[in-house]
Design a protein around this ligand. Structure first.
Ligand code: SF4
Length: 367
């Protein structure tokens, strides 16, 4: 696929060795769902996510014990950590001391200007970025404290939730700028897709900070996939977004897989296996669903695919089959109980239906 999306120009920040913004590939991140103070369980989960290609991991830091665990966790994993901080600025300070690679501050509940200045001072010393991470569910804190005069005068009050989120983020960013700190990213998450998209679009037009995209609290896997594909995907199509986190009520592994799928669907990240399979119809003479699912299952953890982009077509008949199969690295165009194997644009041989999956795996691994 031609990647024709023109990305918004942003500053670059570094979360550990991962460049975010400034034209860097859009990174996929997730959040652990373990107790961050439980070093072993958290490291185990992060290692599983690393295997799936997770590039940045965020950890909830709700108390002092979890902040203190960060240094030990960091030693045992490869990807950078972002500490997720709410309510207590001291937890941000401790996380930075423990060597975390980024901190996320929620402007809804980290509102004391002196405390924020203290965090900024330490982040600057540690050379790490801060994410200004708005959530629609907790937007009121900063909004109330910073826009109090506007509220009192009745002028300039944001009329909708997306405006409140956007204005709060821009005010917070302005405060960090007044401290001569620009090493920041912004996120503006709401559980409602339209609110989320409006907020990101608005703020993207007002600054050049990289954007961390996500639709928050988007539900269990089916709802989360759809909401994220529309919300994150829509923004990416606008060229907005530098790192993404899909939020799923469920395993974080799904967050990473869906994240890559979204990027892959838009031609923005291509490492890995992409299966193009036809929806089947009355012309189909092979069990395409079984073949596609079996192949996907078998190749899920194939190490030889690491870092390679391989496109596989599995098509049910000769209508679109040969055309699609020719354009992929490997393809099957189905017939009655057999399929034609295509490899790098050329028709190679005929394979009986029962052997298609095994033969495809062999061919793909050989690539
Ligand atoms: Fe139907 Fe053939 Fe198209 Fe598949 S490739 S949907 S079987 S016409």
């Amino acid at each position: 696929m031609e990647a024709s999306i023109k990305r918004r120009k942003t500053r670059a920040v570094y979360i550990g060795r991962v460049k975010v913004g400034g034209g860097a590939p859009i990174s996929v991140q997730s959040m652990t769902k373990t107790d961050s103070a439980d070093v072993n369980a958290t490291v185990r989960q992060i290692k599983e996510l690393e295997e799936l290609g997770c590039e940045i991991i965020r950890l909830a830091i709700p108390n002092h014990q979890s902040a203190l665990a960060l240094a030990q966790i960091k030693k045992k994993i490869r990807i950078p950590i972002e500490a997720d901080i709410h309510f207590n600025p001291k937890l941000a300070l401790e996380s930075i001391k423990q060597g975390v690679d980024s901190v996320r501050l929620n402007p809804g509940n980290i509102t004391d200007p002196d405390a924020i200045a203290g965090i900024v001072k330490l982040a600057r010393k540690a050379n790490i970025p801060i994410r200004v991470g708005l959530n629609s569910g907790s937007v009121k804190g900063w909004y109330k404290s910073t826009l109090r005069s506007k509220i009192a005068s009745g002028k300039g009050i944001p009329r909708s939730n997306w405006q409140a989120i956007s204005e709060s983020a821009l005010e917070y960013a302005k405060y960090l700028q007044s401290l001569h700190f620009n090493d920041m990213m912004i996120s503006l998450k709401a559980s409602d897709v339209v609110t989320t998209v409006n907020a990101y679009r608005y703020v993207a037009g007002k600054c050049d900070y990289p954007m961390h995209l996500g639709v928050t609290a988007s539900g269990t896997i089916e709802d989360a996939t759809i909401k994220s594909a529309i919300g994150i995907g829509g923004l990416l199509l606008d060229g907005i977004g530098d790192t993404i986190r899909v939020s799923v009520t469920g395993a974080p592994h799904d967050e990473v897989k869906i994240g890559y799928k979204i990027l892959q669907s838009l031609g923005l990240r291509k490492a890995g296996l992409e299966i193009i399979s036809c929806p089947t119809c009355g012309r189909c003479e092979m069990d395409i669903v079984r073949i596609a699912e079996k192949l996907k299952g078998l190749l899920r953890h194939t190490p030889s695919l690491n870092g390679k982009d391989i496109k596989v077509a599995i098509m049910g008949c000769v209508v679109n089959g040969p055309g699609e199969a020719e354009e992929c690295d490997i393809g099957i165009a189905g017939g009655d109980g057999f399929g034609f194997l295509f490899k790098q644009g050329k028709r190679i041989r005929k394979i009986t239906e029962s052997k298609i999956v095994t033969e495809l795996v062999k061919e793909i691994k050989a690539l």
